[in-house]
Design a protein around this ligand. Sequence first.
Ligand code: PEP
Ligand code: MN
Length: 318
Amino acid sequence: MIIYFKKSSTRKERADLAALAAKLLPGASVTRGEAVKIKTPKPEKLADAAPVLENMPGVKRVKLSGRELCPRACAANRKPFSSPLDFTRRPVFIAGPCAVEDEKSYLATAMALKSAGAHALRAALFKPRSSPYAFQGIGWAGLKVISRAKKLTGLPLVTEVTDPRQVERLAAACDVLQVGARNMRNYELLKEAAGSGRAVLLKRGLRATLTEWLLSAEYLLAGGAKKVVLCERGDSLPGRPRLDLMTMAAARKLTGLPVIADPSHAAGDRRVAAALARRALGAGADGLLIEVSSNTRKARVDGRQTLSVDTFRDIAGT
Ligand code: PEP
Ligand code: MN
């Protein structure tokens, strides 16, 4: 942490600041010069101390590095994990319809995806929708459907949690809990998912910065999650499909966590989704979370951006 002073700051203000920093952060080294530099073996204490120090007279700005803000997310030398998703053999493909709708079509899609090269199934029972009148997912009635799909295919299930009260039951049936873009900033949900014992897939929130995204990952890791996957999903600007591949690459470099891309939601159109999928893989994505169905025509949600199994097979084979 570096604390910069105003030009008008007095000697006493600077000395008081250094003394307060030493008191708030026991064990830290405090170096005084033009600015005050603080190094601490407990960087997680800095976020609490920073606003108090910034509020002192004479202080212009307090700056924390990415590693100080997110020490767990930015831990160096992280090894890729191999279960329930195997990131030692990249890329990892998580595929399936936007939502589980009915048993027959879900099981048909699951079987087709298995032979087309999917490593895990999208298995969303709860859908966060912009309209309260739109299809919200089949809910708990779908548990037996996705469990059957897992039994049939042997593929792990990735399911979205939209409410902390769903976590325990979904974690019992599924392998990975997905926290969607709308909920990246739902800190109570992050804490609950973190304690579930399951791997958590965390999407970048709408218009979220890299720092905000990594801070949400930090919630997961600080709360006990052992396996976290980041997922770049773009910003859905109308008429301007875009995945932020620069942010995706920066997240990979800074964190060592697996970082995958969701080309479907930024695209809104299946041809664009296929092109974005290839672009993301070309840019080094560790995998894809992608909407695919064996009956795209019948989808009640996101059908226009849902790929056919053949197109998926083509992408997975490249
Ligand atoms: C989804 O993956 O089905 C989804 C709801 O995506 P997002 O959270 O990115 O909008
Ligand atoms: Mn969708």
